[in-house]
Write a protein that binds this ligand. Structure first.
Ligand code: NAD
Length: 367
C-alpha cells in the first residue's frame, strides 16, 4: 500500500518557520514509528503571488484535491496589504476551503495545565479544559444571497443573508456527532431559534440527525447564552456545533480561554474521499505574525498540534496524535517557553527551533 500523502503549504512570515519544525516531527514519525508520508511542498499566499502572480496556482489547487491532507502554515503580511482584493494572500486560503468544500471547521480549546495562568479566567475555571467547537464553514451569513450594499429610499443599506439548507446542516451535524463519539459523547448545538428561522431549522435538523446517534447526548443552547457559559463555566462542554457566524465568534472566544495564539491548532474537514478519508486541511489559528517573522521567535506548537490533528482525523493514528500532544504538554510542564508563553522577563525564552528540539526530545523519551 502506498504511503498517505501530505501537501505542505508553509505560506508567509512565521508560516515558513513553524512548518520547518513540523517537517522535523514528520521525519521523526517516519524514522521512529514507521509512519511515513509522501510529503510534497508548494506555495500559497504572498509566496505564491511573488512567483505566479496569484495566491494559489491552479496546479497547487489540483494537488490539494488529490492528497490525503493539506497542512498550511499562515498567509499574509504587510508587503501584500495593498494588493487588489482578488489576489490578496487570504484569497488563496479561501479558495482552498471553498474548492475542497471544507464545511466543518474543528477548533479545539484545550488548556494545558502549565499554561492555565495565561488565561484571562481563573485557573480553576480553565485548568483541564478540553472542548471542541465545530463551526459550519461554507454557508450561512458569510455566503448567503442577496448580499451587498444597495440604495433604498435615498440611503444605503448593507445586506447579508443567513441561509442554510437542510443538507448543509445535516452534514455538519454528522461531523459533530461522529466527533463526540471519539470524545465524551456530548453535543451542544448553538443557534438563535428564538429569533431566527434559520435557527429553528438548524434545531430541527439537529434533532432529526440525532435519531441516528442516540448514544450521543444532544442539547440545545441559544448562542448568546453559549457565549456567557463559555466564560462562566467552559468545562461543562464537550462538543459544540454551531453555524458559520456564531462559530466564528464563539471559537475565538473559546480559544482565548486557553491563553496563547501560538498554541491553537485547527482542522477543516469536508466530505469523505474514495479512500474513506475526509477532505482535510490543517492549520494553526494564528496568522503570519509579521512583527516577529524571520527572528526565530515564533512558537511552532500550534502548527505541530495541527499535524497531531491530521494524525488523528486523516491518518487514523490517534495514539500517535496523543503521543505528540503529550510531548508538547511535557515540554510546557518542564518550563520550556517561547517568548509568547512568558509572563515575566526573568527567564530566557527558547527559539522556534529550540522548541522543536525540546518536542523531539520529549517524543524520543516517549518510546
Ligand atoms: P497574527 O496571528 O499573525 O499575530 C497576532 C499576534 O500574535 C502578533 O503579535 C504575533 O507576533 C503573535 N503570534 C501569532 N502567532 C504566533 C506564534 N506562533 N508564536 C508567537 N507569537 C505569535 O495576526 P495579525 O497580526 O492580525 O495578522 C498578521 C497577518 O496574518 C495579516 O496579513 C493577516 O491577514 C494574516 N492572517 C493570516 C491567517 C491565516 O493564514 N490563517 C490568520 C490570521 C491572520
Amino acid at each position: 500500500m502506498s504511503n498517505p500523502s501530505l501537501l505542505i503549504l508553509p505560506g508567509d512570515g512565521i508560516g515558513k518557520e513553524v512548518m520547518a519544525e513540523v517537517r522535523r516531527i514528520i521525519e521523526w514519525f517516519g524514522d521512529k514509528r514507521s509512519l511515513t508520508f509522501d510529503v510534497s511542498e508548494d506555495l500559497v499566499g504572498g509566496a505564491a503571488y511573488d512567483v505566479h502572480g496569484t495566491p494559489l496556482h491552479d496546479d497547487t489547487m489540483a494537488k490539494a484535491q488529490e492528497v490525503d491532507a493539506v497542512l498550511l502554515g499562515a498567509v499574509g503580511g504587510p508587503d501584500y496589504d495593498n494588493l487588489d482584493f482578488s489576489v490578496k494572500p487570504e484569497r488563496g486560503l479561501l479558495r482552498l476551503r471553498k474548492e475542497m468544500d471544507l464545511f466543518a471547521n474543528l477548533r479545539p480549546a484545550q488548556c494545558f495545565d502549565a499554561l492555565a495562568d495565561f488565561s484571562s479566567l481563573k485557573r480553576d475555571i480553565v485548568s483541564g479544559l478540553d472542548i471542541m467547537i465545530v463551526r459550519e464553514l461554507t454557508s450561512g451569513s458569510y455566503f448567503g444571497e442577496p448580499r451587498g450594499i444597495f440604495e433604498e429610499d435615498g440611503q444605503r443599506v448593507g445586506i447579508n443573508t443567513q441561509r442554510y439548507t437542510e443538507a448543509e446542516i445535516d452534514r455538519v451535524a454528522r461531523s459533530a456527532f461522529e466527533l463526540a463519539r471519539r470524545r465524551n459523547n456530548r453535543v451542544v448545538s448553538m443557534e438563535k431559534a428564538n429569533v431566527m428561522e434559520s435557527g429553528i431549522l438548524w434545531r430541527e435538523v439537529m434533532e432529526k440527525v440525532h435519531q441516528e446517534y442516540q448514544d450521543v447526548e444532544l442539547s440545545h443552547m441559544y448562542a448568546d447564552n453559549g457565549a456567557m457559559q463559555l466564560v462562566r463555566a467552559p468545562k461543562q462542554f464537550d462538543v459544540i456545533v454551531t453555524d458559520n457566524l456564531f462559530g466564528d465568534i464563539l471559537s475565538d472566544c473559546a480559544a482565548m480561554l486557553t491563553g496563547s495564539l501560538g498554541m491553537l491548532p485547527s482542522a477543516s474537514l469536508g466530505a469523505p474521499m474514495e479512500n474513506g478519508r475526509p477532505k482535510a486541511m490543517y492549520e494553526p489559528v494564528h496568522g503570519s505574525a509579521p512583527d516577529i517573522a524571520g527572528q526565530g521567535k515564533a512558537n511552532p506548537s500550534a502548527c505541530i498540534l495541527s499535524f497531531a490533528m491530521a494524525l488523528r482525523y486523516s491518518f487514523d493514528a490517534g495514539e500517535e496524535a496523543t503521543r505528540l500532544e503529550t510531548a508538547v504538554e511535557k515540554v510546557l510542564a518542564d518550563g520550556v517557553r517561547t517568548a509568547d508563553l512568558m509572563q515575566t522577563e526573568e527567564a530566557q525564552p527558547v527559539s522556534t527551533s529550540q522548541m522543536g528540539d525540546a518536542i523531539l526530545a520529549a517524543l524520543d523519551a516517549s518510546l
